[in-house]
Ligand binder design. Structure first.
Ligand code: NAI
Ligand code: MG
Length: 361
């Protein structure tokens, strides 16, 4: 039988993004080697990011999306460097891909790992495990707005930044959240808005939520305002299973979630085009971390978890579970980077995870 080949576009981009993508490729190559020839990963790496910008005046090649279309998935690092304004680098690469490929569902699991201390005391005696489902195509990141009177800087410059909510956009992400909830031990969806103050878009979201919920009588629901939800993350996290929120709110809440799990460096994510018309993109939640980049000390666990989500997307369920188990085994052994209280280098965590893959234990 010829192996099933998965074409993966690697975009390490900037800072620690390069280190964690390198580490993730090493782990995935080990998984391929353990696969007994059943599947293979064909990698191509793209040099896009802030250095590319310095040379070409753009964050990615002009035909970048056309090139990426041919791949089964994109494995992304992080984008952003002090040499390029953050809104230029983010819109020029990560958001260009997410929006260009209609990756409208962004899954961000919040996982508590053995051997990693959470700032929540509750985490020691409670099983905590929830997933943030982020609307990834519109909302506050629709790029809708403008500014004027720029020449009056300091004397009345004006900017408008609008959030865009569509019924179709709300409905598809909310349905996705309900379907996901059905696959989890606790069948519950918490919807997050701020519809008391944001009386148009978020009221539409709430209405769609109620309508969709009626089709899922087996799933518990709650609607929580975002400020209250941030408190709930800290005080009653055991009440959470699937948390669905707009682009901005879910972005913020997922950073809070990963900090509660112990570090921003732990959190994985998947930007999915559920219809599979376009490639989906897998990336750690964290940014390029310029403060620690280039030292070989960043935490690769978020990138490994993202690789596991990519394996799952490929239908390699056993390999995805094996990688997640290997991550847990490595942290349980106390092999941890600095951000989670250890002394291990990125490469040592990588070796430990590989050593704990099912075929190697
Ligand atoms: P950041 O996530 O890069 O860093 C925040 C803090 O978390 C820093 O103290 C950093 O050292 C730490 N951290 C992040 N990843 C880590 C890892 N793997 N291991 C250990 N510690 C880690 O966020 P920040 O500082 O706000 O942004 C830096 C740059 O990254 C900016 O240019 C920003 O625009 C960009 N960014 C890009 C994202 C993406 O590509 N998806 C997401 C967030 C920010
Ligand atoms: Mg973020």
């Amino acid at each position: 039988m010829s192996p099933k080949e998965f074409r993966i576009a690697a975009i390490p981009a900037d800072g620690v993004g390069r280190e964690v993508v390198e580490a993730g490729k090493t782990v995935l190559d080990a998984i391929e080697a353990d696969g007994g020839g059943r599947f293979a990963f064909a990698w191509e790496e793209f040099p896009w990011g802030s250095d590319y910008f310095a040379e070409h005046g753009r964050m990615m090649a002009e035909d970048g999306l056309e090139t990426l279309q041919a791949f089964d998935a994109i494995y992304f690092g992080a984008v952003g460097w002090p040499t390029v304004p953050d809104h230029v680098s983010l819109w020029g690469l990560r958001l260009a891909i997410c929006q260009g490929f209609d990756q409208w569902a962004n899954l961000r699991p919040v996982r508590f790992l053995p051997g990693i201390e959470s700032p929540l005391r509750k985490a020691d005696r409670t099983d905590l495990d929830w997933v943030v489902v982020r609307e990834n195509s519109e909302g506050e990141y629709a790029g809708f707005g403008g500014h004027t009177f720029a020449s009056r800087e300091g004397r009345g410059e004006v900017a408008v930044q609008s959030a865009l909510f569509t019924e179709v956009g709300c409905e598809r992400i909310i349905k996705y959240a309900f379907e996901l909830a059905r696959t989890r031990p606790r069948k519950k969806v918490s919807s997050v808005t701020k519809s008391n103050a944001q009386q148009y878009g978020m009221v539409l979201w709430d209405r769609v939520f109620q309508r969709v919920a009626a089709d899922y009588p087996d799933v518990e629901t709650e609607s929580v305002l975002v400020d209250a939800m941030s408190a709930k993350f800290v005080l009653q996290p055991e009440e959470l299973s699937v948390v669905v929120a707009s682009n901005l709110f879910a972005d913020i809440l997922s950073d809070l979630g990963s900090a509660l799990a112990g570090s921003l460096g732990l959190a994985p994510s998947a930007n999915l085009n559920p219809e599979r018309r376009f490639p989906s993109m897998f990336e750690p939640v964290h940014g390029s971390a310029p403060d620690i980049a280039g030292q070989g000390v960043c935490n690769p666990i978020g990138a490994f978890g993202s690789a596991a989500m990519m394996l799952d997307h490929f239908g390699l369920k056993a390999e995805a579970e094996g990688l997640d188990a290997a991550i847990e085994a490595a942290t349980a052994q106390g092999i941890r980077t600095r951000d989670v209280g250890g002394t291990a280098k990125t490469a040592e965590v990588t070796e430990a995870v590989i050593a704990n893959l099912p075929a190697r234990r």
